[in-house]
Design a protein around this ligand. Structure first.
Ligand SMILES: [Zn+2]
Length: 357
């Protein structure tokens, strides 16, 4: 019932926003987070007025870059700190545990497409290791939340033409699947039972992450960086190949951060693709973008060059589409290259200052 009411309210909210949003750089009180992904922005923090005056109020840092000193420094600037947490992509684990490598339908170890090495999602010791690291991260650091990253089947999708091999058909996965279906399922890439079971395996990781977060730092947010494709794009690859069931994961998540890197993914001249994808996501999940909705959409948008360049002149349009309802927050990919691009930094902070309530 609540879902129906929230969905019905969406068009009105969007219409009101459309009337008010003629000027791109105008206040956007629905945007609660104006973030930067990928490191401590020391250059901005050293400026005489600091991060808050730059309009930035949230920073995402990789789990291994989180230190007590860094958290304290960022908090002193009034910023929220979120950790990015690598779930099934810690490839170094395979050196001592080759049995955790994803396996193809032919029973052989699957190649890492474009070097993106995933891990078999049913390897118990690997999962235990990641869950332990997740708990320690939340226990030891006063962070405001954790974002899951690379939480999908072994694949290389962060490009215009993705590589989506079928995995994991290791003896452990096959056996668990057969047990799950009482021996009736076919462990083949196109078996609907197989697709459903794989999605459930990845969703169950999210369930356990939520459980740990609730036990360890219950006020922290659980978010996920995920593939921005709709459920029908690329023949349903989101579920069929990547094993991402957004609807099933939603009950455990506070924030969805789709990754509509327009330039990287073949839409270099079309920043409107960004808001198209967030709008699809909101409809698919019944997220309204209104302040009372507990589940939020904060996309991560591309303003640095990767694959295709993003010109300085395009940054305003990218942020405009990234901050349209139903989005209630935004962050930019990524800090590293921005260090040496003062014009891009200026375009970013000008927009953030302007939309600040
Ligand atoms: Zn496996």
């Amino acid at each position: 019932m609540a879902l129906v009411r929230r969905t019905a309210a969406l068009p009105l909210f969007v219409a009101i926003f459309a009337l008010a949003a003629d000027a791109r750089e105008s206040r956007r009180p629905h945007i609660e987070v104006r973030g930067i992904y990928g490191g401590e922005p020391a250059v901005l923090m050293k400026q005489d007025k600091g991060l808050a005056k730059a309009g930035v109020n949230a920073i995402w840092i990789g789990e291994r870059g989180i230190t007590k000193e860094r958290v304290a420094r960022l908090k002193a600037h009034g910023a929220r700190i979120f950790a990015e947490f690598n779930t099934v992509h810690r490839a170094e684990y395979l050196k001592k545990h080759p049995d955790a490598a994803p396996v193809g339908p032919d029973g052989k170890r699957a190649e890492a497409p474009h070097g993106w090495q995933g891990i078999c999602p049913t390897h118990e010791a690997y999962r235990k290791w990641r869950m332990g690291a997740f708990r320690t991260l939340l226990r030891d650091h006063e962070i405001d939340g954790v974002w899951l990253d690379y939480h999908h089947a072994h694949a290389s999708w962060e490009r215009a033409e993705p590589a989506l091999p079928d995995t994991c058909f290791c003896p452990r996965c096959r056996q668990q699947f057969l047990r799950h279906t009482n021996g009736s399922g076919r462990a083949t890439p196109d078996d609907p039972e197989w697709i459903r079971w794989r999605c459930e395996v990845f969703t169950d990781w999210v369930r356990e992450f939520r459980e740990i977060l609730d036990e360890t730092r219950p006020l922290a947010l659980l978010g996920t960086f995920h593939c921005p494709w709709s459920d029908t794009e690329r023949d349903g690859a989101l579920r069929n190949k990547l094993a991402i069931d957004l609807k099933a994961q939603m009950r455990y998540l506070d924030v969805f951060s789709p990754m509509p890197y327009h330039a990287r993914f073949g839409h270099a001249q079309d920043p409107a693709w960004i808001s198209k994808q967030t709008t699809w996501l909101s409809k698919h999940l019944g997220i309204t973008g209104e302040p009372g909705d507990p589940v939020r959409i904060w996309p991560i948008v591309q303003i640095t060059d990767w694959g295709e360049p993003v010109p300085v002149e395009q940054i305003e349009a990218v942020l405009d589409h990234g901050t349209r309802p139903p989005a209630r927050g935004v962050m930019v990919f990524r800090w590293g290259p921005l260090r040496k691009k003062p014009q891009k930094r200026e375009a970013l902070t000008r927009f953030y200052r302007a939309i600040k309530p």
